[in-house]
Structures are given as C-alpha cells and as structure tokens.
Ligand binder design. Structure first.
Ligand code: SAM
Ligand code: DTB
Ligand code: SF4
Length: 331
C-alpha cells in the first residue's frame, strides 16, 4: 500500500478514494508516518508580487482581468519590499516563501529580471523560495534555477476532461509542458489542484492519477478548496465539505507517499477539528499569514494556537529532502 510507483490505474486510485472514510484516514496516516515526521508541518508564506489584470479566463480566479472582482490591480512589487516581507515571514516561523504573479506566462523582460533578483535575495535568507508565474520555457526555468529557485508551483487544477469547463485560454498540455520544462532543472515541482468547482468525484480521481503518474512525482502537492469570489463565474459555487477535503488529502497521501501535501486555500471555512483531520490524513504543510494571494487566510496567531493544541511543530527549511534521504538510508 505504501509503495512509490508511477503506473497507477484509474481503478486503483478510485478504489482507494472510495474506501470508507475512517479506514481511509487510518491508511493514509500509516503511510504518512512511514515517510514523514508526522508532528512536523511546513509553514509557507504567500505573497502576490503582481496582482490582477491577468489575460487568462480561469473561472475560479479573482485576478482574471475579464471578471469584475474587488481585486486591486498592482504592478510588480519592488525587490526591497518583497525581501522585507520574506524576512517578516521568516521571523514568524515560515521556512518557505512563495511568490505569485498574475501572469499567463513569463516574458523575457525587466519584470522577469526583477523576479530573479527577488529569488536571489530570498535564497540568501536561507528560506525555500517558490514561484508561481504561469507558463515558463526551458530557458526561463534555467534562469530561475541559476537564481536559486527551490520550487515552482504550477497546478493541473482538475482532470484533463474537466479542464475546458474551467479554463479556455490554455489547455492541459500547456500545463504539463511547463512542468516538463521545470523538470529539466533541479527546481522541485509543486503541482496540485482545486476541489469544489462543480467537478465530479471521477475528475478528482483522474487528477490524482495524472499527478501520481508524473515521473518523478511532484515534491509538493497543494489541495485547494475553491474560495468562491464575487464576480468570478464560480462565485455561487457550493464549497467542498471538510469530508471531501479529507478524502482528497488522504488519497493524495497514499498515492504519492513522499510528497508534501499542502492544505492550501479554503482554511478560513474549516474548523480546527476539520483541519486536525486533514493533518491526520497526511497534510503536512499550510500557508500561514492573514492573506493567501488576494483572499483571506486564518489569523497567524490562531494557526500557532492550533499547532500548540495539536502538538505540531513548524518544519525547518530544506528538511523535507533531508528526511527523505534519511528514510532511504534506513530502508
Ligand atoms: N498565474 C499563475 C498560474 O495560474 O499558474 C500563478 C498564480 S495562480 C493564482 C495559482 C493557483 O492558485 C491556481 O493554479 C489555482 O490552483 C489557485 N487558485 C486561484 N484562485 C483560487 C480560488 N479562488 N480558490 C482556490 N484556489 C485558487
Ligand atoms: C496553490 O495551490 N494555492 C495557492 C498557491 N498555490 C499559489 C494560491 C491560492 C490562491 C487562492 C485565491 C487567492 O487568494 O487569490
Ligand atoms: Fe491568471 Fe493564474 Fe488567475 Fe489563471 S489562475 S487567471 S493564469 S492569475
């Protein structure tokens, strides 16, 4: 059950996904303990370095220019401001800093050069630095690598079949191609998706199958619960229940045992008990800080209180890889 493999069939994952919930949590918790220190949770900080005005039509996203949301467009931030923000996040216990830009793709211009400076600066703070900037070419990925980028986030978001219902301005292969370009470097891959967009259970299973058959596996796998934002096509969408979230996290943990599963967007809607079940089911990372990119996130002090109650400790930077090496040595 806890083996690492890259040839998962839809049926295999579907069987795991449909396991009675408590049994599923138990299995996922067992896998989690085999590959990770279960009391360690990575605290990442998110910063929107370029906000809104995006040409894409992702129906969940408040930053798409074509939807009328309350998001204020902001041009690319200055390097100094970003480094200050990273320093503050580090002082609050964050070991990873994730920079997001509302771009369709990276262009070879002054703005990209500035992002490279941000990456260099954060790397010097001894934090894991992650970027999510849209599509990248192999050459751009190499520049990010040279600047010291640790991870690149590029979500597949949903199943290939459902993709065109959510986004029409790019296709699934565009997404997979960027992941391939990142894989041509030493940068680690962060890729996951969103639940609660009106997709079927079959789409969730199919999405996990795509991620579980990427070779190598993504080192990090965010599971977001849709945050419905006024003005977007999904504004009235019924949000995913905590049970759906737990089932998704547990299945992800079992099919990709050694990844960091990130309990990402949607935590403001979840109780502490609900989040505890997510950690039990194998989630080992959160975004902390009162804002995600543009939407609210739980209060930082409340999260630290939750860690205290649940006996969780923030993970240090670059630990995940060290732990993985140790697990291999102990085998
Ligand atoms: N523009 C880049 C891209 O699309 O890859 C980077 C930024 S984009 C905001 C990063 C990810 O945030 C998306 O792939 C999506 O999974 C997630 N996201 C965006 N809006 C969301 C929402 N309302 N609820 C949950 N997740 C969301
Ligand atoms: C991911 O999967 N979730 C984060 C991070 N990667 C970049 C972003 C969540 C964004 C939620 C909507 C917003 O705040 O704008
Ligand atoms: Fe643009 Fe990314 Fe939002 Fe899509 S998810 S509209 S690409 S910022």
């Amino acid at each position: 059950m806890a083996e690492i493999k890259y040839n998962w069939t839809y049926e295999e994952i579907n069987t795991i996904f449909n396991t009675p919930l408590l049994e599923l949590i138990y299995k996922a918790a067992s896998v989690h303990r085999k590959y990770h220190a279960a009391n360690r949770v990575q605290v990442s900080s998110l910063l929107s370095v370029k906000t809104g005005g995006c040409p894409e039509d992702c129906s969940y996203c408040p930053q798409a220019a074509r939807y009328h949301t309350n998001v204020k467009v902001h041009k690319l931030m200055e390097v100094g401001e970003v480094l200050q923000s990273a320093q503050n996040a580090k002082a609050n216990g964050a070991s990873r800093m994730c920079l997001g830009a509302a771009w369709r793709e990276v262009r070879d211009n002054k703005d990209f050069d500035r992002v490279l400076e941000m990456v260099k600066g954060i790397n010097q703070l001894n934090m894991e630095v992650c970027c999510t900037l849209g599509m990248v070419t192999e050459e751009q990925a190499k520049k990010l690598e040279a600047a010291g980028l640790y991870a690149y986030n590029h979500n597949v978001d949903t199943s290939e079949e459902n993709y065109s219902n959510i986004i029409s301005t790019r296709n699934y292969d565009d997404r997979l191609n960027t992941i391939k370009n990142i894989r041509k470097t030493k940068i680690t891959v962060c890729s996951g998706g969103i639940i609660g967009m009106g997709e079927k259970a079959a789409d969730r299973v199919a999405m996990l199958q795509v991620l579980a058959n990427l070779t190598p596996h993504p080192e990090s796998l965010p599971i977001n619960a849709l945050v419905p934002v006024e003005g977007t096509p999904l504004e009235n969408q019924q949000t995913a229940s905590i049970w759906e979230m737990v089932r998704m996290i547990a299945t992800a943990r079992i099919v990709i045992p050694d990844t960091q599963v990130r309990l990402s967007a949607g935590r403001t809607q979840m109780s502490m008990e609900g989040q505890a079940l997510c950690f039990m089911a194998g989630a080992n990372s959160i975004f902390a800080g009162d804002k995600l990119l543009t939407t609210p996130n739980p209060d930082f002090n409340e999260d630290m209180e939750m860690f205290k109650i649940l006996g969780l400790q923030p993970m240090e930077a670059f630990q995940h890889h060290k732990q993985k090496e140790k697990a291999v040595l102990n085998d």
